[in-house]
Design a protein around this ligand. Structure first.
Ligand code: UD1
Length: 340
């Protein structure tokens, strides 16, 4: 059964391709290599024994999207990861984000609608909740005004899908709202490859451990939390990848309750920044050089998922722990930096 994975050479995309291939799906990756590398194909092949089909093009090129679906008429589903994801950059370059994240989504949906099996999985984010009024955050929590163009593209993406599903009963979509994906495959053959200075916590920690960064700045220790640092729900990327497979199977087997559904993907457990550092130190036996600095603008105090809906309806639950994730992230960092 042929499944398209856009952005399939990226961080979450590549791990999802592995899980899809492990479940017997035939995967076609579309990726423009803007934030990924062709080498990821070797990693996927060496884990699964199979090479996915790879189509290199940019989804903003409408004629290429049209041509792609003419060449592959038997596609049973699309998992759409391809998007820009740097919050700060999106503030500087809003039009780039609206063009890249929205126009490519529209072009894909235009072609997918014509197929007999219009099954679509969308990468959304817990950023749509902003600072939620209640914790843990359920799917029913209100969507707050977006803090950045990046966050807005996730909200608009969900709205577009909702509108398309409303008027077309044969169109089925699931939006997956990720909390904080971290970690790497246990083989260390694929993982996260941030370009330049990492903006996210875990790659910054592992790069500091590897000596690429002098020290981690912890953004604020005066929040109303257990230890004053912000709380997030860090989910292992392999657990996250498996959730995409079960969401896709739910659509293919027509087990969905409505043709547009939303699920939170998190562990349900919040961890503070200092707890993440402690986990890193525990699994690596290293001391991390860090310093408390001022708050980062735009950070919410605490966000972690209510997972009941995903547990019950998808039959999915995160299995791996924060320590598992930190150990795998470190194994990956050592592998790419040639550290013994
Ligand atoms: C960030 C984005 C969010 C996006 C998500 C994708 C912002 C404000 N939010 O979420 O929109 O969906 O990435 O993964 O950029 N931290 C440090 N020092 C660092 C880096 C981070 O203390 O060098 C802290 C942050 O203050 C935060 C936690 O670590 O409390 C996690 O930060 P990060 O990994 O950037 O994720 P989010 O801010 O949750």
């Amino acid at each position: 059964m042929q499944i398209v994975v856009t952005g399939g050479l990226g961080f979450i995309g590549s791990h999802t391709v592995v899980e899809l291939q492990n479940e017997g799906f035939e995967v076609i990756i579309i990726d423009n290599l803007s934030n990924s590398s062709r080498d990821v194909l070797d990693g996927i092949k060496s884990i699964t024994g199979k090479s996915p089909i790879f189509e290199e093009f940019d989804l903003r090129e409408k004629s290429k999207v049209q041509d792609f679906f003419k060449r592959y008429p038997n596609i049973k589903g699309v998992i759409h990861f391809a998007a820009s994801k740097a919050v700060g950059e999106s503030v500087q370059e809003p039009l780039l984000y609206y063009e890249n994240n929205i126009s490519s989504l529209v072009y894909l949906l235009q072609e997918l609608k014509a197929l007999p099996d219009a099954n679509f999985i969308f990468s959304s984010s817990c950023t749509v909740y902003g600072q939620a009024d209640e914790l843990p955050i359920s799917e029913n929590a209100p969507v707050k005004p977006a803090e950045s163009p990046y966050g807005n593209t996730k909200q608009i993406g969900e709205e577009i899908l909702k509108d398309v599903c409303k008027i077309d009963a044969h169109f089925n979509a699931i939006a997956l709202r990720y909390f904080n994906p971290i970690g790497a495959h246990s083989t260390a053959k694929i993982g996260e490859l941030p370009i330049g200075v990492p903006q996210n916590l875990v790659p910054f920690i592992t790069q500091t451990g590897a000596g690429l960064r002098e020290k981690l700045s912890v953004f604020g220790d005066d929040y109303p939390t257990v230890d004053g640092t912000c709380i997030r729900d860090y989910i292992h990327v392999v657990d996250l990848a498996k959730a995409h497979v079960v969401a896709l199977q739910r659509l293919i087997k027509s087990k969905h309750k409505s043709n547009f559904e939303v699920f939170n993907l998190g562990t349900g457990k919040g961890s503070s920044v200092l707890e993440v550092i402690q986990s890193f130190e525990r699994v690596t036996d290293l001391k991390l050089n860090y310093q408390i600095v001022g708050r980062r603008e735009g950070d919410v105090i605490a966000a972690y998922a209510e997972t009941t809906k995903a547990n019950q309806d998808l039959g999915w639950k995160a299995q791996l722990t924060l320590d598992d994730a930190m150990a795998s992230a470190w194994k990956w960092e050592k592998q790419i930096r040639n550290i013994k």
